[in-house]
Design a protein around this ligand. Structure first.
Ligand code: URA
Ligand code: SF4
Length: 209
């Protein structure tokens, strides 16, 4: 089966080299309609790696993760929890934007990646984890959790708790699960959803303290 593994340079020891290789990835069909690969970005020595789902419309155009509305909410929540964004590394389970074809003049709407697409893209994530070696991985939503723990992962069972990372060679850290920042933007009670999101991020701040 085709995957990102076909595009991963052997013995990669540098994030820029990894990013360069990912720019040409055709490990699944998502590269066809997206603008570009949106690779992870942030501090190479980050102690916290934040894992989202996939780039959104704005990220697809900018080529950087979490620069749209969900990213702005995440920035604010991180600051409130006492975690400087510039000291983190931000990435996504899937590196190309998947969307439903827009109606004329309409914005492109995000479509959830399939398990096969998450699996095809996982070699990039594993390589990022091996190079960053984070102490804590923050799982932003169910897709992030499923990418590392499999299809049975549920955010509701785990949010705000600290649990071991799956076995990944060279990586020793823990994970903390929370919701995806875009779910906070969609929530009926946005203030409560935001407060709960910040509370989960404070658990991450405690791990880093
Ligand atoms: N949502 C994500 O999961 N990732 C991004 O980069 C932006 C929005
Ligand atoms: Fe490659 Fe991932 Fe993009 Fe698919 S989504 S083409 S596996 S980078």
């Amino acid at each position: 089966r085709r995957s990102a593994a076909d595009f991963l340079p052997p013995d990669v020891d540098d994030l820029d080299q990894l990013r360069g290789a990912a720019a040409g990835c055709r490990g699944c069909d998502l590269y066809r309609n997206a603008t570009q690969t949106v690779f992870g970005d942030g501090a190479p020595d980050a102690r916290a790696l934040l894992l989202g789902e996939q780039p959104g419309d704005r990220e697809d155009v900018a080529g950087e993760p979490f620069v749209g509305p969900a990213g702005r909410l995440l920035d604010r929540a991180l600051a409130e929890a006492g975690i400087p964004r510039e000291r983190t590394y931000l990435t996504n389970a899937v590196k190309h934007f998947k969307f439903v074809p827009p109606e004329r003049g309409k914005r492109r709407l995000h479509k959830q990646p399939s398990a096969a697409e998450v699996s095809a893209c996982k070699p990039w994530l594993l390589a990022e984890l091996r190079l960053i070696r984070p102490e804590v991985v923050v799982l932003l939503g169910a897709t992030a959790g499923k990418a590392l723990y499999g299809a049975s992962f549920r955010v509701g069972d785990r949010r705000g708790t600290v649990f071991p990372l799956p076995e990944i060679e060279g990586v020793e850290g823990v994970a903390v699960a929370t919701v995806h920042p875009s779910s906070v933007l969609r929530a009926d009670d946005r203030d409560a959803a935001y407060a709960a999101f910040v509370a989960d991020l404070r658990v991450v701040a405690e791990v880093l303290a």
